[in-house]
Design a protein around this ligand. Structure first.
Ligand code: SF4
Length: 380
């Protein structure tokens, strides 16, 4: 499904992540496997935000961490195409040159570099190119470190800079971009609110100039007004630096505000992947339709008819045969319980896994939709 052009940063092909969850039965010698991610394929372009949504337990976080190799994939490929040639060789510091040399040796091969089989040593030079922002800005900051030391940590731990003056200059630069008060760099995290702490986390994630950042439910724990601030900050930083984001969230209305394309996940598999506008106004999978119809409308005069999903999301260790959504799908037919639907391109750049997607067009009228991704992306 990749376009395979120079705009592609990652190609993820048939990604699988399994966990051993014990014996099948008391007397059985075979182990039971939980497939948290099962055959996921998609691509991420440079300077793009891909939203990843689904209910808790669908495997969203596992996909993000498997791409970063924080979790070991058990199958498939994660092809990384390196960064743009934005290193000024004439003025680069020796640390920058060393990091670039290591990267060039490893990355700029034909067809990209497959991260999946690389060991920790081989991955080390690439660590500064990828980063992660966690959900909880309270537990993800070390309370004994100053803000300056927290932000500087990736530079120091990755051996990218050693000179204290250089490190201070870089920390101040990224802190200013993240709209942090430079007077506060000597303070400790307990002195800050949730929104300010998340800005510190974002500054730490971006200080080494990564190509790619996974934001894992990074605004879910914040108040609505702070959420909007952080989303605007991420958009501004993307425009300035060209970084790509994988934005993981369970709230579709939040994802719409930041994403160029959105993937919907259910029990370890992708069920739909499309440009944000196409997915929001022409969803083709019944699960996407159900998630969208559950987004409340703030205007009491507008109709609000949530498509109630029956039952609970199945346990991935006992995932249903055929289409995994058939146990809850109001449109399921006998074939759905037998055959796994193919992952196919239904219209240009709009992918879906449903036997009957051609019959469904859960069109939403723009004027009655609370969340308009196009309007949300326009500058105010
Ligand atoms: Fe529903 Fe069948 Fe489509 Fe699955 S394949 S989403 S069960 S109609």
């Amino acid at each position: 499904m990749s376009r395979g052009d120079s705009e592609t940063l990652f190609e993820i092909r048939d990604l699988e992540v399994s966990f051993d969850v014990g014996k099948r039965g008391f007397f059985s010698g075979t182990r039971k496997q939980l497939k948290a991610v099962d055959g996921v394929s998609f691509d991420i372009r440079r300077g793009e935000t891909v939203g990843l949504v689904g209910e808790s337990g669908s495997g969203k976080t596992t996909v993000g961490r498997a791409i970063l190799r924080v979790i070991e994939p058990s199958g498939g490929q994660v092809l990384y195409h390196g960064r743009r040639g934005d290193l000024d060789l004439a003025h680069a510091t020796s640390e920058e040159l060393r990091a670039a040399r290591a990267e060039m040796q490893m990355v700029f091969r034909e067809g990209g570099l497959d991260l999946a089989p690389l060991g920790p040593r081989a991955l080390r030079p690439l660590r500064s190119r990828m980063s992660l922002v966690f959900q909880d800005p309270y537990s993800s900051l070390n309370p004994r470190m100053t803000v300056r030391d927290i932000i500087a940590e990736p530079l120091v731990a990755g051996g990218l800079m050693r000179d204290r003056g250089q490190i201070d200059a870089r920390v101040r630069e990224i802190a200013a971009r993240c709209k942090l008060d430079l007077e506060h760099l000597r303070r400790f995290p307990h002195a800050f609110s949730g929104g300010q702490r998340q800005r510190i986390c974002i500054a730490r994630a971006l200080v080494a100039g990564p190509d790619f950042v996974v934001c894992d439910e990074s605004v879910s724990a914040l108040d609505v007004s702070i959420q909007a601030e952080i989303i605007n900050l991420l958009k501004d930083l993307q425009e300035e630096t060209g970084v790509s984001f994988l934005f993981i969230a369970h709230d579709l209305s939040v994802v719409a505000r930041i994403s160029h394309r959105v993937a919907v996940m259910y029990v370890g598999r992708f069920v739909e992947y499309a440009p944000t506008e196409s997915l929001f106004f022409h969803p083709r999978h019944p699960y996407t339709h159900a998630l969208l119809s559950a987004v409340p409308e703030p205007d009491p005069d507008l109709p609000f008819r949530p498509e109630r999903l029956q039952g609970e999301i199945p346990n991935p260790a006992d995932a249903p045969q055929g289409c995994r959504f058939h146990t809850r799908c109001p449109f399921a037919r006998p074939r759905c319980a037998q055959e796994v639907p193919d992952w196919r391109e239904l219209t240009s750049d709009h992918y879906v896994a449903c036997h009957y997607a051609e019959e469904f067009d859960f069109r939403r009228a723009r004027e009655t939709a609370h969340t308009d991704p196009v309007k949300e992306r326009e500058p105010t």
